[in-house]
Design a protein around this ligand. Structure first.
Ligand code: NOJ
Length: 430
């Protein structure tokens, strides 16, 4: 068996992490532009990042060299609505129209994320996700984007990792807007984000020109079976009292099945009806298996990536199995990859054998799930280029393409060629 014929082989990025041009083209500030000063490692800020806003054409050409047939990007919300809930920046809209037209010309399938954590500053200052203003505005924002680019875009993701932007942004205060709120407030924010998701999906269904395929990108903090007990790992993975807002089921149960998991009784039946709108696939980002009491697989000298994340390729197999069993939808891996100590060698290249092996073993485990009959429709490597890794700044490099931030020179890393070879055989060489 192989991956399906039209498998989506993708690389991804996000606006705040790679675009830069933070004051150009009529863009307004977002919470990362405005609030991260002094709160990000090494004093890094995302104002210039990879300067992709100015170099996007040459960057898209690199996609061809990587051999991918799909590209995941996110919309900078403050580029579209820079100053309030009504005023659209046409220049910003045009940027995305041009981008998807070029992808179309290159024969690369776009996957558009509507919200990848860069809340416009004006909205934050008026209460942001604590308010129904955000819910209503997000519905309008979605329509603006759908009207502009749905003649070229089929694949939509409403939110990226709500677990992290709500958990890190409002519960533990490590991500913008750096707040530490009560559980009650976290529940209110979660409900608002879920309601905004429901409204966005309905608007995509209503206004899209190409028949849309819609999902959202969850995290997947899954637990690996210990001593072969899969059932125990499955149940603990989806117990949302385990890790609250960070648990996949906190979000996926309402948004993918219209149900409230245990521990989320604060969602009413009425909320669930508003939140749930049938989705086409179950998308999630996965880098490693989670660790919990009774599910600690680590050992002395256990390998870590430079994010200090463990390396557990089996997480790909078990996550696909668990997510498919619970939600019954085709699986799309929207992020997987590793941060590595990448640097330019004397020969001018970037040799990163660890990443090659990471990708090979992780995709191989995903293929095992596909071989067992689980529908898997795509795999997106994170990330396309090195970029601004949120609170970690530029020190953590996830890219298949190396970026020298002093010159903005791009260098394709060795692992990108490994990935290209996997793509060429549609995974048959694994
Ligand atoms: C998930 C996020 O979606 C992405 O923005 C981030 O860079 C990667 N994980 C790596 O931490």
């Amino acid at each position: 068996m192989s991956f399906q014929k039209d498998f989506l082989w993708c690389v991804g990025g996000a606006a705040a992490q790679q675009d830069g041009g933070y004051l150009d083209g009529g863009k307004g500030l977002n919470i990362w532009d405005a609030l991260s000063d002094g709160r990000v490692k090494n004093g890094d800020v995302c104002h210039v990042a990879c300067d992709h806003f100015h170099r996007w054409k040459e960057d898209l050409r690199l996609l061809k060299e990587l051999g991918v047939n799909s590209y995941r990007f996110s919309i900078s919300l403050a580029r579209i609505y820079p100053e309030d809930e009504f005023t659209v920046n046409e220049e910003g809209v045009k940027f995305y129209m041009d981008l998807v037209a070029e992808l179309d010309r290159l024969g690369i399938e776009p996957i558009c994320t509507l919200y990848h954590w860069d809340l416009p500053l004006w909205l934050h200052e008026r209460g942001g996700w604590k308010t129904s203003l955000a819910v209503e505005w997000f519905e309008r924002f979605t329509k603006t984007i759908v009207d502009a680019i749905s003649d070229k875009v089929k694949y939509w993701l409403t939110f990226n990792e709500p677990q992290i932007f709500v958990g890190h942004g409002y519960q533990i205060g490590e991500h913008a807007p750096f707040e530490k709120l009560s559980q009650k407030e976290i529940q209110n924010i979660s409900r608002n984000v879920m309601l905004a998701h429901g409204k966005a999906v309905r608007n995509i269904h209503k206004y899209a020109k190409l028949p849309p395929k819609v999902g959202f990108a969850s995290t997947c903090d899954m637990l690996l079976p210990v001593d072969g007990d899969e059932e125990k790992a499955y149940l603990a993975t989806f117990d949302s009292t385990r890790n609250g807002v960070y648990t996949p089921s906190w979000w996926c149960d309402p948004m993918l099945s219209g149900k409230a998991p245990n521990g989320c009784e604060w969602l009413s039946e009425e909320d669930l009806k508003e939140i749930y709108e049938p989705l086409d696939f179950c998308a999630y980002n996965i880098y490693r298996a989670d660790v919990a009491e009774g599910f600690d697989y680590r050992y002395t000298g256990n390998p870590f990536t430079t994010m200090e994340w463990t390396i557990t390729p089996e997480c790909m197999y078990y996550s696909a199995k668990f997510m498919y069993r619970r939600y019954g939808l085709p699986i799309m891996i929207t992020e997987n990859g590793m941060a590595n100590t990448d640097f330019v060698y004397e020969d001018g290249k970037v040799h990163d054998p660890q990443r090659s092996e990471y990708l090979r073993t992780h995709i191989k485990n995903l293929k095992r799930a596909a071989d067992e009959g689980i529908p898997v429709i795509g795999y997106s490597c994170w990330s396309f280029m090195d970029n601004f890794e949120w609170a970690e700044g530029y020190g953590k490099r996830f890219g298949l393409v190396y970026v020298d931030y002093r010159t903005q020179k791009r260098i394709i890393k060795d692992s990108a060629y490994t990935f290209r070879d996997i793509i060429k055989t549609n995974g048959d060489n694994l």
